[in-house]
Ligand binder design. Structure first.
Ligand code: NAD
Length: 367
């Protein structure tokens, strides 16, 4: 198969769809790889690293899209890329359709096959291509939260771990999945007083077994959240309902109950955010303040640590990319139910129910 890897052009996005090691796995199976010139630079890979493993260097983004039967990338196409996508082309990337209607409409119009990393799902419900980036974002959420809690950054001026004789910070983590668990580990490691909330009791039981003693588990309901936010220093939003918009757990009204300088890191921003006042920000301008509460809502957090993230992403996507390249999307999705669930839009039709529901579009189940 002819595969194209374009350079990411979203603001401050330095990841790339494949590492040279991943590219080698595909070229050694006879696939033709076209890597856009400079695509790997932000992650520390030179064009020559790809040439050495049998790739061709494509001079422009246009030439990369033009030649490829399958595009492997990281983030959803942005407006400038919409017109480059060809009918019947297979796009294997993150899309997060439910949070952005114009992208959904553009991909429907393109006639392309959109296979989303974030909805590839195993039978146990886990999301293998969201996991690595969630691990990165979860760990980063505490690093960023700690930074913005510093006074010069606009926060309360609280050190997460406190010091002997001084209380540690209160960290509230809403959602105990991958992001939440990694955040809890990092916050606990720094000595904070951590509470992690979820609606899944089995998950809470598991978390209570594996997390250290300075992490409390709590059922996520409005009463508990109302109570906790009043004394919170850092709140991490980490909920997910796969393929759907995030539920709004903290309303604008509730911000008034928080102390000035409280920091909210809404990692779920890519699904619309679980805090009502959340709106997507970028690494260039990551925060804003509403009612004295500092909001950090960067939609591509792992983009700030591209080298770690690119390795982690390719480690997870490669086995699926190989299936798609070897067999074509129809056969590969027919053989692997997990991959099949990644199909969101196929040649002008929405084939994933939650996306159709999000924008009141027709849902056409796949046969
Ligand atoms: N901003 C970024 O850069 C970035 C990076 C990676 C992931 N994410 C996003 O982070 C979010 C979380 O991802 P994840 O991998 O941890 O998902 P996950 O499925 O592993 O965990 C989500 C958890 O939320 C829980 N949940 C659902 N409704 C809840 C509620 N009302 N209250 C409390 N918990 C609730 C679920 O039970 C589940 O345990 C997703 O929206 C994901 O797209 C963002």
């Amino acid at each position: 198969m002819i595969i194209g890897v374009p350079k990411e052009i979203k603001n401050n996005e330095n990841r790339v769809g494949l590492t040279p090691a991943g590219a080698l796995a595909l070229t050694s199976r006879g696939h033709e790889l076209h890597i856009q010139k400079g695509a790997g630079i932000g992650s520390g890979f030179l064009d020559n690293d790809y040439v050495e493993v049998g790739c061709k260097i494509s001079p422009t983004i246009e030439s990369t899209y033009d030649i490829a039967e399958m595009i492997i990338k990281v983030k959803e196409p942005i407006e400038k890329e919409y017109g480059l996508i060809k009918k019947d082309q297979l796009l294997f990337t993150y899309f997060h359709f439910a949070s952005y209607e114009p992208l959904t409409k553009a991909m429907l119009k393109s006639g392309a096959v959109c296979l989303s990393y974030e909805t590839v799902q195993l039978t146990d419900g886990s999301l293998p291509l969201l996991v690595p980036m969630s691990e990165v974002a979860g760990r980063m959420s505490i690093q960023e939260g700690a930074k913005y809690l510093e006074k010069p950054m606009g926060g309360k001026g609280v050190l997460l771990g406190g010091v002997p004789g001084v209380e540690p910070a209160n960290v509230i983590i809403i959602g105990g999945g991958i992001v939440g668990t990694q955040a809890a580990k990092m916050a606990a490691g720094l000595g904070a007083n951590v509470t992690i909330l979820d609606i899944n009791l089995d998950r809470l039981r598991y978390l209570s077994e594996i997390l250290p003693a300075n992490v409390n588990t709590l059922y996520s309901d409005q009463h508990n959240i109302n109570r906790l936010i009043k004394s919170a220093d850092l709140i991490v939003g980490a909920v997910l309902i796969p393929g759907a918009k995030a539920p709004k757990i903290i309303s604008k009204e509730m911000l008034k109950q928080m102390e000035p300088g409280t920091v909210v890191v809404d990692v779920a921003v890519d699904q619309g955010g679980c805090i009502e006042t959340c709106k997507p920000t970028t690494h260039e301008n990551p925060t804003y303040v509403i009612d004295d509460v500092l909001h950090y809502c960067v939609a591509n957090m792992p983009g700030a640590v591209p080298r770690t993230s690119t390795f982690a992403l390719t480690n997870a996507t490669l086995k699926y990319a190989i299936q798609l390249a070897d067999k074509g999307w129809e056969q590969a999705c027919g053989d692997d139910p997990a991959l099949r669930l990644g199909l969101n839009i196929v040649k002008g039709k929405v084939v994933y129910e939650a996306i159709a529901d999000a924008f009141d579009l027709d849902y056409e189940p796949l046969h």
